[in-house]
Design a protein around this ligand. Structure first.
Ligand SMILES: *[C@@H]1O[C@H](CO)[C@@H](O)[C@H](O)[C@H]1NC(C)=O
Ligand SMILES: *[C@@H]1O[C@H](CO)[C@@H](O)[C@H](O)[C@H]1NC(C)=O
Ligand SMILES: *[C@@H]1O[C@H](CO)[C@@H](O)[C@H](O)[C@H]1NC(C)=O
Length: 235
């Protein structure tokens, strides 16, 4: 009985020693695995970080590309808006393009007038308006003001009575352009003259009529003394 017990103890001891050494071996393997696993995790994290960085770079360059595209689109939009503004300005235009601009007037709106040059108002002021489409002719000052840059046509006629010099001058911004001139003469009691010009005007440039220093012009409702003009085409 004692032998059996001893044997049992011996067997148990061996078993426990065996178990113990085996367990110790297992532990050291697990440590190494853990180190390797840690290295693996860091590598994986680094790879993910690298991938994220790469992704970020791509997103950045995509954003730059989009910004560039956006700028291009904005520039095109600006061009289109400009073009549309131009079209709007020209809207309601004649077949030659540009706004509708035409006026025609004669000197006397009523009764009879016989005009000499006056320093107070050097312009001939044509009061009887036949047409003033676009309102570029001002019947208070006698001045035509170009609403757009373009080529304009003007014509005028002058009529004088008696022995006076008859005639007038078409001016652009106050500078003499073309004129009519019929010198004083006895015997011929009626002097008719006229002229025309095609002028390039910048927007805002002015055209008006003036008398020669000593000339006189007459008008009544027969419309002897007139001034007309229109926009041929814009530039
Ligand atoms: C991460 O990028 C660095 C530098 O670009 C490189 O040296 C490293 O090897 C990369 N790591 C991995 C796991 O790809
Ligand atoms: C478009 O026009 C606006 C205002 O007119 C201006 O501020 C902007 O810089 C323009 N953009 C481009 C891309 O030309
Ligand atoms: C041009 O004018 C017409 C009528 O006058 C108007 O209906 C149209 O919208 C205008 N177009 C532009 C582009 O302004």
């Amino acid at each position: 009985m004692a032998h059996t017990t001893l044997l049992l103890f011996a067997v148990l001891g061996c078993l426990s020693v065996g178990l113990g050494s085996k367990q110790r071996g297992d532990f050291s393997v697990t440590d190494m695995d853990m180190d390797t696993a840690k290295d693996g995790d860091i590598k994986a994290l680094e790879a993910r970080l690298n991938a994220t960085e790469k992704e970020l770079e791509k997103v950045k360059s995509d954003v730059q590309l989009l910004e560039k595209e956006n700028q291009d689109i904005m520039a095109k939009l600006n061009d289109t808006v400009e073009e549309l503004e131009k079209i709007k300005k020209q809207n309601g235009s004649t077949t030659t393009g540009g706004p509708k601009v035409a006026f025609s007037a004669s000197l006397a709106a009523s009764g009879e007038i016989y005009l000499k040059q006056s320093d107070a108002s050097p312009n001939l002021v044509y009061k009887r308006i036949f047409t003033n489409t676009g309102d570029a002719y001002d019947s208070k000052t006698g001045t035509f003001t170009a609403p757009v840059k373009g080529i304009y046509f003007f014509s005028f006629s002058t009529f004088g009575y008696n022995d006076f010099l008859s005639g007038a001058i078409l001016t652009k911004n106050g500078h003499y352009m073309v004129s009519s001139y019929d010198p004083p003469s006895t015997g011929d009691r009626g002097d008719t003259g006229g002229n025309s010009a095609i002028l390039q005007l910048e927007k805002g440039e002015r055209v008006s009529m003036r008398l020669w220093e000593t000339s006189q012009v007459f008008d009544n409702l027969n419309g002897h003394t007139t001034f007309s003009g229109f926009l041929l085409f814009p530039l």
